[in-house]
Design a protein around this ligand. Structure first.
Ligand SMILES: C=C(O[C@@H]1C=C(C(=O)O)C=C[C@H]1O)C(=O)O
Length: 88
């Protein structure tokens, strides 16, 4: 494979990553509606711990640095909470 072909593959993957982030954010907006109806707070620390634990397990399964993957998920969680607060 040429460098250009490899970079085109990375470009495709990057678009998919953003699409997945958009999907995750969209679901969080629906979560926000449910929380609003039930008068629940935006932050659920127990659920965040589960998400972070799963992120670490998945990182190990795919042999990528678990601290870096967890850092990405910490940002994704914060992004979701910002979106949820904006939609409540
Ligand atoms: C999406 C939720 O809201 C918040 C965001 C979370 C996330 O992005 O994974 C997890 C827990 C909550 O603090 C949820 O409660 O499931």
């Amino acid at each position: 494979m040429t460098l250009d072909e490899l970079r085109a593959e990375i470009e495709d993957i990057d678009r998919e990553i953003v699409e997945l982030i958009a999907r995750r954010t969209y679901v969080a907006e629906t979560v926000a509606q449910v929380k609003d109806e039930r008068d629940l707070p935006t932050t659920d620390e127990g659920q965040e711990e589960q998400v972070m634990r799963r992120a670490g397990q998945n990182a190990e399964r795919f042999d990528v640095d678990s601290n870096l993957v967890k850092a990405v998920f910490r940002l994704l969680i914060e992004l979701n909470k910002v979106e949820q607060r904006e939609s409540r």
